[in-house]
Design a protein around this ligand. Sequence first.
Ligand code: AMP
Length: 578
Amino acid sequence: MNDIIIGIDLGTTNSEVAIVESGKVTVIADAGKKILPSFVGIDDNGEILVGETACNQYLIYPERTVKSIKRLMGQDAQVAMAGQAYTPQEISAVILKRLKAIAENYAGRTIGKAVITVPAYFSDAQRQATHEAGQIAGLEVVRMINEPTAAALVYGTGPDEAKRMLVYDLGGGTFDVSVVGVQAGVVEVLSSHGDNHLGGDDFDQQIVDYILEHLKQQGIDITGHSKAMARVTRAAEKAKLVLSDEPFAQIEEEYLLEHQGTPIHLTLELARSAYEDMIADYINATLDAAHIALKGAKLTASDIDEIILVGGSTRTPCIRERLFDEFGFEPHGEVDPDLCVAMGAAMQAAMINGQDIGTVLVDVTPYTYGTSALGYLDGMPYPYQFIPIIHKNSVLPVHKSEAFMTHQDGQRQVDVRIYQGEDPDALNNIEIGEFMIEGLLDVPAGNIITLALDLDLNGILHVSAREKASGKEKTITINNAISRFAAEELADAKQRIDGLFGENADGEEGFASESAAAAEARQLIKKAESLFETVSSEDKEDMVGLIETIVAALEVGDDTGLREPVERLNDIIYYLES
Ligand code: AMP
């Protein structure tokens, strides 16, 4: 039996371990969780904590907990944990040791070899430190590969394909963007850029600031209360995750603390649009970095064939939207962006081990679904702007919702239309459903209607429109939202091609496949009929008689029988016209 080689993504915020078995890549779960927070700590009893438990104690006992150690790799530094000093390699080794144990527990045997991923920008010293961390953890690091390379391996290419990919990796604390070239399964990083201090944590901090400001307006300052701050920080991240799927998030924390003898409960709503404004500068910075990376590879946006999303923060919908606007196509996100790098590491490990690997298959929607709303098209106001809600390549099942506002005072109903397609003009997409939500509150314009789309693994799309203020709701179900369109597209194509062969939609032969003589006869009948109003009744009678004979011959396809009546009818017409 070959030695097992595991693939490890040793991340700043989270780490994962994966393995290839019988050609299939598996990210190994520990107690049901595939993601191990990159936190190390010492508990009350002096025991070592790794992952979730260490993360949980971080805000309360920061002096006993270490996070984001990756940032210090390769530096001649030490960190303090419960009064002891540790090198970055040692702390990283604790995480690696835990991942090794998770994999051993899963495989039921000892594991001694690993492929570990590192950021493309890592220097020799940083790579060397990672290698040492592996050794300390009892792992032979058989190879270190760049994170974007690992991600690109997962998405792969056919043997004869050459592609240029942009790997956009936005995690909790770091942002990296790389341009990679893939040819015949060989991945090469052409250029990389990024920001070591930009990520989902910054987004959380924006929400924390928003909450603190809200409390401050009530005369409450919680910044000196570590437990309350820990709860607010956690609530902020939770709200952020909700806003990736919903247009509003409710932030609620009961008994946050006591203020002048009264318990303080936090109740606050955050709209996605307000949140997107808070993080807009960060997203702009990532796009600027993407352009710098492109420049570094001497390429422009139009040279990129695919965009790969990596890192949990890429689930933020406006990131996808901005990339779509910038590059003109949907980025890939079908492989879990948190697990993609570890999966690539395991694939590389399997290749080194001579194992076969199948392609990574996931169920995704091949289409974008959305609705139409009053908006803009080419800079002009337009009533049918297409608003995508579920994007192409989303992993199934998927639930997404968006908020819309009525635009007239006292508007009591809204016509909801659902489209499949990607054109900014909804009318150029395929309408797949329409319904009215009626009996809305008699209120000024701006009444919020939330539209939710749920697409399940069977391609059934559930649509619901809900008036936020009253809870009034109307739902419809669209069966075969996916396959129906594949079938419809096929039917359209068939019709088009059949048409070229002169067949009608039912495959029956139409006029075009008739003989030239028959086609000429039909033309002649038309011409004769157009003269009826101007001819004598005698001539008309003759013409009608001849037409009847011609039609009889046409019906049985008797081209020879056409010849004489056609000739005679032609003579009459010639005579009448001259
Ligand atoms: P990573 O370092 O790649 O594991 O990414 C972790 C970051 O992704 C954290 O900041 C998470 O809060 C963030 N994240 C995870 N899931 C989501 C989501 N659904 N929407 C937005 N951010 C997310």
